[in-house]
Design a protein around this ligand. Sequence first.
Ligand SMILES: *Cc1c(COP(=O)(O)O)cnc(C)c1O
Length: 412
Amino acid sequence: MTAHANIQALDIAAIRSEFPILKREINGKPLVYLDNAASAQKPDAVIDAVANVYRHSYANVHRGLHTLANEATEAFEGGRDKIAAFLGAERSDQIVLTRGATEAINLVANSFGQSLKAGDEIILSQMEHHSNIIPWQLAAQRSGAVVKWCPVTPTGELDYDALMGLMSEKTRLVTIVHMSNVLGTTNDAARIVKMAHDNGAAVLLDGSQSAVHLPVNVSDLGCDFFVFTGHKLYGPSGAGALYAADDWLDRLPPWQGGGEMIADVFEDTSTWADVPHKFEAGTPAIADVIGLGAAIDWISQYDRIAVMEHERALLDRATRGVADMDGVRLIGTAQDKGAILSFAIEGAHAHDLAQLLDKYGVAVRAGHHCTQPLMRAFDVTSTVRASFAIYNTPDEVDVFIEALNKAKSFLI
Ligand SMILES: *Cc1c(COP(=O)(O)O)cnc(C)c1O
């Protein structure tokens, strides 16, 4: 089947009808939700899965011997299995369940970070989300390691020559976003992994956006660590994961201590549970992980390439509409990019534009998008960002463009 035939197979109206919130009106106008890169809306399948756990099968996981504890544990571990399959991991015990991408990166920064020595180098890029910056700054402060920055080009691509130049025998880890939440740029993971591995360094990919917009297979990518967050993938907030390749999890020390992560506790010492539980202290986000499993089942019924093409068509339509306006500067014009459109308009503050768009029912993001170093690299303090999901339509793009034109003429 050709990609085009697959596009025809996506019934967007039917998909939309599964998202109750999309029926809402905002300020008397139909909601046009284009803030998906911040968080996506949830289909009935996810809402029902979460409600059903609480209604029928809720108990704490792993430690009970009663029926409900067994049911909850099975559904919860089922969530882990679904995440593993979705990401293309070889085994479910390579998946640590976390509260999101942020917690997953903090886990690596604290655990892998314990092996950092003064003078070791961590390379990250100017297009990182703050959650892939701050944990490394903290790890560097603790260890004396040094954070090195790979610049981005004017089109919003990684400067791969500069990246190559930063690599040395001091490089311990290259930690880079797989798809930028501002520029939409898809970074060349294979190229990054090859460069890093040739220099004996590990690679962490922040897949918070790529896991939503691309078919991802961590085994093919060859990265050491991959993190993502469920709420951008139509799942509940509060559940995400870390994937670690090979025997990384066996080799790394735990980071948070508490219940569930131990084998035996004595007054003077303790031993750890098997992986991945060694990294999962305390009661986890039980219902949210089960909801994330439901979200993965839901998105997996669609051809990921068809979803990509649908989102790409929305991006192209929106990009044309925005680029046609006077005084517009697009931020992020890479060839290979996901359905995320950032721009600035001369003389109109991003926050004012977003507030006016809300009057027309259009939800977009305005601000620094947790990427202040990137904003500085482009010499802006904020952008407007429209980001697209499977349930968005060309008509919604047109409403957005029309509203943006009105908002702009109001401000300038
Ligand atoms: C959203 C996002 C994060 C952080 O995700 P949380 O759910 O807040 O943990 C990290 N990196 C990127 C690229 C993101 O888009």
